[in-house]
Design a protein around this ligand. Sequence first.
Ligand SMILES: CC(C)(COP(=O)(O)OP(=O)(O)OC[C@H]1O[C@@H](n2cnc3c(N)ncnc32)[C@H](O)[C@@H]1OP(=O)(O)O)[C@@H](O)C(=O)NCCC(=O)NCCS
Length: 202
Amino acid sequence: MTITIDDNIILELIDQKHCQEIFELVSLNRNYLNEWLPWVDNMQAVELIQNFIVGSTQRNKTGFEYAFVIIDNNKIVGRIGIYKIDQQNKIGEIGYWIAETIQGRGIISKSCKGLIDYCFTQLQLNRIEIKCGADNTRSQKIPERSGFKYEATIRQGEWVKNRFIDLKLYSLLREEWILYLLLFVMLRLVNQGNPFLYNLKP
Ligand SMILES: CC(C)(COP(=O)(O)OP(=O)(O)OC[C@H]1O[C@@H](n2cnc3c(N)ncnc32)[C@H](O)[C@@H]1OP(=O)(O)O)[C@@H](O)C(=O)NCCC(=O)NCCS
């Protein structure tokens, strides 16, 4: 299964065929990724990625998660997914990472928007959460750019690099996403009619 983001970027549901490429990408980016992602230091062998994919495929079958690789021009550049889906309450949590050298191109922001659309339209979720390290300002910009609201700080919510870190919890509700889309369409219409407003962006 794939989600098309733009002419170059697609999200593809994770599969064993991605295993080696993901392992090489994680290995190449280990010292940068392990700053914020607790699982990175443990992923020291390709078999561990294989095991993760077996588990993820299982969780996908039961509707518990949708884990994707981000493919840019036929190369895997990172990962994004919706995890810990609570079917009863229609809640899920988005997580993401991208290779260090690929940062700053908007690929995660765009992929996040595509995944959010998928979660609300196809998975019928009502609430999406993103948790970012309280000092991970780069990651916090993703929910802030995507219309999420900051809700709270989860104190010592994660054990990373031999310390507990606080996490900022952001959420987006289905009703807010609909308003956000309407605002986007209205601004497009206004901008088309009024060249002086052409710089406005939602
Ligand atoms: C957090 C992380 C995913 C952010 O990656 P990123 O490349 O900064 O995020 P984006 O892909 O949205 O790119 C945003 C940048 O692209 C620019 N950009 C270009 N085109 C853009 C577009 N169409 N839309 C949005 N931003 C765009 C933005 O201005 C921004 O630039 P800046 O870095 O100068 O502020 C990345 O730093 C990472 O993987 N870190 C390590 C792992 C991690 O922290 N994961 C999150 C755990 S909660």
